[in-house]
Structure formats: C-alpha cells, structure tokens
Ligand binder design. Structure first.
Ligand code: SF4
Ligand code: SF4
Ligand code: SF4
Ligand code: FES
Length: 262
C-alpha cells in the first residue's frame, strides 16, 4: 500500500516497506552508497555511507536498509548527515592506499567518486595502513586487499549467486579481511575463476589480471554483444581500445543475466 513521507521537504507517496534509498530515488534525490548492490537485492548496511536522518530517531540510519513507513520525515543531506558521511569516508581512507594514479580501478571506483563528491583529499585520521600480501599467483585475478573496503559484495556473489563458497570474512575487528577457503590463495582453492567477485568489487581490490596495464576505464569503448556459447542469450560488453578487445564485462541492463557473468 502507498504511504506518505516527507523527504528533504518533498511530499512523497511511496510503497510501504521500500527502503529510504529507493524512495529518495523516486523523488530524484541521490544518496551516495558503497556496499549496497540493488541488482542482487544485497543490502548489508555495512559501509554507512548512505546514512540519513529520520526525525525523532536518535541515531542516523542506513537508508539502503531502512524501510519507509507512514509519516516518516527524512533529511538526506543536512549538516549532521554530511558530517557523519565525511567522517565515515575519512575512516575508510585512513586505512586505504591512496594509489589512484596507478590503480586499475581509477575512473570506475566508487570510493574515488565518493572522495571527489565529498571533496576529501586525505583523511584527518592517523592510522597504520594495512599491508596485506597481494594474491597474484593465478592467471586471472589479482587480489590487492589493502584496497578492500569490506563491503561484502564479493562474498555475497561467490556464496549466494555463484554458490562456490570460496571466500568469506575472516578474523575480527581491525584485522578483518576477506579470506579464501582453507586459508590459502585463489590458485590453491576450488575457485572456478568465474570473475563474478571482480565484477562486483566497487574498488580496485579485485582486478582482471589479463586487462592489467592495458588501458584506463575511460579509454575503453563499450560494445554490447550476445554470448553464443549456449542458448541463454546473455549480454556482455566488449571493452575495446585501439581496435582490440581488452576485456569483457557484464552489463547491468542485460535482461537475461544482469550483472552476472557466465
Ligand atoms: S581502489 Fe579506488 S580509491 Fe583506492 S586507489 Fe584504486 S581508484 Fe583510488
Ligand atoms: S572467481 Fe568466482 S568462484 Fe572464484 S572467488 Fe570469485 S566469485 Fe568465487
Ligand atoms: S574485495 Fe572488493 S567486493 Fe570484496 S569485500 Fe573487499 S571491496 Fe568489497
Ligand atoms: S550503502 Fe547503505 S550501508 Fe552501505
């Protein structure tokens, strides 16, 4: 049923139970996000970038996970919200190698975009950056987990969609990282190298090895194609530079496979 809410002083009728994030979208209001993956209905509420203020609620809420109800009054970008969002981002950047100049993900990195949009050049928090070993001894995927923001997208797609159960969260607190089954690396695991985790990683923590060093995001021309391997009719994008196909990526607008690869 439809309910009435007030969002940034805009009166809106919205479907009861949809998230504040989706309701805001209907009102043309963009709330920044990092961990959520609407294509897979994945809303872990873990990054806290999307926080908003709900009047009469003591704490800010994650808009990607909080459902709307009758009479809700929401502020998506007042001073309190903006300050909280900036602080969250600064905490993330405090433990992040600011390596955008040579990072493969630059140009399509959500963290980079957030820092740009919020005008953050560096974190004011001092912290020893994590120094994790790069997992690079397989032919397909580079895992540079110093850049991981622990959004959980890769874990979700590997375990819930691909059903491979290769990766998961390991350790606790500030030591938390994404680990491979059996505490090994991808090469020595049962990973099928489907590439699904790479496709959903919002930052440069998981990289397509074959395409490494072969071009920046903005240099590629994307050409939609239909896979002819089987009869499903999945759509993908060829990423072409100087007449050469450098890599193949999924396209969220594909009716058959969405953001999924094979
Ligand atoms: S992951 Fe994103 S923010 Fe981090 S170095 Fe790469 S482009 Fe920059
Ligand atoms: S490549 Fe596929 S199977 Fe391997 S870790 Fe990533 S999602 Fe899991
Ligand atoms: S490796 Fe990428 S997708 Fe996985 S948790 Fe880290 S940032 Fe998220
Ligand atoms: S996008 Fe909502 S908590 Fe991450």
């Amino acid at each position: 049923s439809l309910i009435n809410i007030l969002i940034d002083n805009i009166k809106l009728r919205a479907e009861e139970g949809i998230t504040i994030l989706d309701a805001a979208k209907k009102a043309g209001i963009k709330i920044p996000t990092l961990c959520v993956m609407p294509e897979l209905r994945f809303t872990p509420g873990s990054c806290r970038i999307c926080v908003v203020e709900v009047v009469d609620m003591p704490a800010l809420v994650a808009s990607c996970a909080y459902p709307v109800r009758e009479g809700l009054e929401i502020h998506t970008n007042n001073k309190r919200v903006a300050r909280a969002r900036k602080m969250t981002l600064e905490f993330l950047l405090a433990n992040h190698p600011l390596d955008c100049m040579t990072c493969e993900k630059s140009g399509s990195c959500i963290l980079e975009d957030l820092a740009y949009d919020l005008g953050i050049k560096k974190s004011k928090f001092e912290q020893n950056k994590k120094e994790l070993t790069v997992d690079n001894n397989n032919p397909f995927i580079v895992r540079e987990l110093d850049k991981c923001v622990l959004c959980g997208r890769c874990v979700e797609i590997c375990n819930e969609i691909q059903q491979s159960n290769i990766i998961d969260f390991g350790y606790r607190g500030t030591k938390t990282e994404i680990i491979v089954e059996g505490g090994t690396d991808l090469r020595n695991s049962n990973c099928v190298f489907c590439g699904q985790c790479v496709a959903v990683c919002p930052v440069g923590a998981l990289i397509d090895k074959e395409a490494q060093g072969k071009g920046r995001t903005w240099e590629f021309k994307k050409v939609r194609t239909t896979c002819n391997y089987c009869g499903c009719g999945c759509n993908f994008d060829f990423n072409i530079k100087e007449g050469q196909v450098v890599k193949v990526t999924s396209n969220s607008e594909s009716v058959v496979n969405g953001i999924n690869l094979c």
